[in-house]
Design a protein around this ligand. Sequence first.
Ligand SMILES: Cc1ncc(COP(=O)(O)O)c(C=O)c1O
Length: 213
Amino acid sequence: MAKNKKNTKFSTKSIHTGNRIDETGATVTPLHLTSTFRQPSFSSSEKFVYSRTGGPTIDALEENFAMLEDAKFSFAFASGMAAMSAIFLMFKPGDHVLISQNVYGGVFRLVTKVLNDNGVNFDFIDTTDLKIIKQAIRPTTKLIHLETPSNPLLEIADISSISKVCKSKNILVSVDNTFMSPYGQKPLNLGADIVMHSTTKYIGGHSDILSGA
Ligand SMILES: Cc1ncc(COP(=O)(O)O)c(C=O)c1O
């Protein structure tokens, strides 16, 4: 497929990557409307077992997301907030997480109304200023989550400089790239460790898709 051709353009790759032409010849990836996949025996398990954890349609989408962001792999979620939750749930009580102060309201509410009571310490800071970030880092800081550009104020964080500081301190950097899209910015190539999306904006493009990555 087009994904292996180095000089293939972004628009072509974004259409073709992940697509597998099956025996029907359908040019659009089929939807597999099954909850469970048949297993050959009780003790063996095939690549696809149960649709919540994966299936051919989701596989194609995840391959495409990974290509768009130059990532090693990707996970598709039912929404951007589900993807965001998965990132924050990696941390344990006592861990410290820094977050851009003007993040999307749903992320602010997830942190302040749900996760704050679970023992992880969250601080919202001005991530447009590297000095402020350096001062806010604690020995227990495990992640800096940047929303850049932020929704809706379009505040910008310097992903490269922040990632350099974080690498030296073993702190992960995650970037919400919903508002720029991988066409305009590829955070992993700027040094970030994780990139997430709500597909409701530029990935979907027509306000008719709800999912996350
Ligand atoms: C920047 C940003 N991050 C995360 C989200 C949440 O994504 P979703 O609505 O798909 O759960 C949104 C939704 O508008 C967003 O704009």
